[in-house]
Design a protein around this ligand. Structure first.
Ligand code: A3P
Length: 310
């Protein structure tokens, strides 16, 4: 059924998505001005989409709630998933373009680095990639809850029961997770960001939570639209942080009651938005096992997930 996952080019995806993925791989032509948001599901993709959209469009759409145009900000009424579409869902994004014309085109993907279309990968002056990752323990919990919510959706006519955490955990540790193995996905982009830092910016959810200002500056600089000193003194970075904060986005009507083009309720993308929620779910044995596994997988890469707790 629809719930069955297949391994395609070494990563796991639903059968229903493979044709679109192939189409994307063969036909997508990136422009030098494109910026690709890449991530493994549940690592903060929605947040990064909102932030990059707000940063890139800030002169057209002011982010300060006291500005007279604030109420026209697209993030108040359109899901980040419709503003920055996943390009591998071709039927959702017929023109591969965002409904709002930005100085650069923002697009998103969950496809692992080696399987990206050649036009994105080849040239070093070609389009840029911003990768978001999250510590594996929180990523796993977020994914487990999300997948069970999808299974329970009324549109899902097959009667799919919730997956118990123990089972989901086995799958995750075996590398069977959406677009996973998790570690291969992260390492693919991590290595590329080391080899080619002007092309791939590597972001961590926890860093962004802890110090949004520093990381918003990194994002803007990387995208070629650094904040001016004047903008900084006017508090533009704080305005963007607040506009895109978990509490603010979660409580918008759009995200409480709306759905995005794929037909999925927006609210499933806003659950807890915290670092360390895993401690409410995982047993010490599970934590130990995942820690050891990640240590083995990331050994020698230089990538560490230092802070699992806030
Ligand atoms: P939790 O399930 O831990 O709450 P993705 O966007 O890749 O699907 O990831 C979803 C995760 O990001 C969820 O994590 C969600 O709550 C969190 N999230 C969504 N919007 C956020 C925001 N603006 N700030 C911080 N976290 C956010």
């Amino acid at each position: 059924g629809h719930d069955v996952q297949y391994q395609y080019q070494g990563f796991w995806c639903f059968a229903a998505g493979i044709e679109d993925i192939k189409d994307f791989q063969h036909n997508f032509k990136a422009l030098d001005t494109d910026i690709v948001i890449a991530s493994v599901p549940k690592s903060g993709t929605t947040w990064l989409k909102a932030l990059t959209f707000a940063i890139v469009n800030r002169s057209r759409y002011p982010c300060s709630s006291v500005s007279k145009n604030y109420l026209h900000h697209p993030l108040l009424t359109v899901s980040p998933h419709d503003l920055v579409p996943f390009i591998e869902f071709k039927h959702l994004t017929p023109e591969y373009s965002s409904p709002v014309d930005s100085p650069c085109k923002l697009i998103a993907t969950h496809i692992p680095y080696p399987s990206l279309p050649e036009s994105i990968k080849t040239s070093t002056i070609n389009c840029k990639i911003i990768y978001m990752c999250r510590n594996p323990l929180d990523n796993f919990i977020s994914l487990w809850v999300f997948m069970n919510k999808l299974r329970a959706m009324p549109a899902n006519t097959e009667n799919n029961p919730s997956l118990p955490i123990e089972e989901a955990f086995e799958f995750f540790c075996d590398g069977v997770s959406e677009f996973g193995p998790f570690w291969d996905h992260v390492l693919g982009y991590w290595k590329e960001s080391l080899d080619n830092p002007h092309k791939v910016l590597f972001m961590k959810y926890e860093d962004l939570k802890k110090d949004p200002k520093t990381h918003l500056k990194r994002l803007a600089e990387f995208m070629g639209c650094s904040f001016t000193l004047e903008e900084e003194s006017q508090g533009v970075i704080e305005d963007i942080t607040n506009l895109c904060s978990f509490e603010h986005l979660k409580n918008l009507d759009l995200n409480k009651d709306g759905t995005w083009r794929k037909g999925i309720e927006n609210k499933v993308y806003y659950r807890k938005g915290a670092v360390g929620d895993w401690k409410n779910y995982l047993t010490p044995q599970m934590v130990k096992r995942l820690d050891c596994l990640m240590e083995e997988k990331f050994q020698g890469s230089g990538l560490v997930f230092e802070t699992y707790l806030p």
